[in-house]
Design a protein around this ligand. Structure first.
Ligand SMILES: [Zn+2]
Length: 245
């Protein structure tokens, strides 16, 4: 992020801005500086009551701000207060990683349901189930596929809106995966005949994550049987605290 003073929006906002308005008493109004209107609300995941609390982003330099609003009720009219606080680099990094973890949690749900449906499909095709067993497996498989499709849509929507409102979140999520894929590419392998396939899967997965930021598909499956320990490595990449702190 460039320094605040080089940004035509952020240079007109102090680290903390407040606004105040009182019902039916416009003389007392003290709005945010106009530059605050140019900030864009981040369509963040997991935000409850986003009208009262959300994050805004400067479209020019990417600086993030915490937004908070609250009412106070009085007999002679309610008062409305707002507060806008600029995040420092560390606070922004914490927010971005937390959002990336939520995207990843959604991706894993889809991945889990699709893998599970796939195993049921294999069982129906090759497991020689009896009629009743096959019927049950088919119903379960169809339900898992339905749930997976629904969550996949939700993931796609989140990725689409975040690409516009806070591309840094998509980048952080993708970069964590890219680092894990590279760690598999760099590992010497086990010397088994599967090494070639594992290397191929790591290459393919890497290129899909590299395409994500530019508009590639939003759901990317991880073939864990070939990439043993992938998710644990990713959890470390997206952990709450920076490595070494
Ligand atoms: Zn800015």
């Amino acid at each position: 992020m460039p320094p605040i003073k080089n940004c035509t929006i952020c240079c007109r906002l102090r680290d903390r801005e407040t606004s105040f308005s009182k019902y039916l008493d416009p003389d007392l109004d003290r709005p945010f500086p106009e530059a605050a209107d140019r900030l864009v609300i981040v369509a963040a995941l997991g935000m409850k009551d986003a009208g009262k609390r959300h994050v805004r982003r400067c479209p020019e330099c990417g600086t993030l701000y915490d937004y908070l609003s609250w009412h106070e009720y009085f007999i002679n009219g309610s008062e409305e207060n707002e507060e806008l606080s600029r995040m420092n680099t560390a606070q922004a990094a914490v927010f971005i990683r937390a959002q990336a973890r939520l995207l990843e949690a959604l991706r894993r749900e889809v991945d889990f349901l699709e893998s599970s449906a796939g195993r049921l499909g294999d069982f129906i095709d090759r497991g020689r189930p009896g009629d009743a067993e096959a019927g049950e497996a088919l119903a379960a498989m169809q339900e898992q596929r339905r749930q997976a499709a629904e969550l996949r849509c939700r993931l796609q929507e989140h990725v689409a809106v975040l690409r516009r409102s806070c591309p840094e979140i998509i980048a952080a999520w993708a970069e964590a995966h890219v680092r894990v894929c590279r760690s598999f590419q760099a590992s010497p392998g086990t010397g088994s005949e599967n090494d070639g396939t594992a290397r191929f899967v790591a290459d393919e997965t890497l290129s899909r994550w590299q395409r994500l930021a530019e508009g590639g598909e939003s759901f990317i499956a991880i073939a864990e049987p070939w990439l043993d320990g992938y998710l644990e490595r990713l959890d470390r990449e997206l952990a709450e605290t920076e490595k070494g702190t």
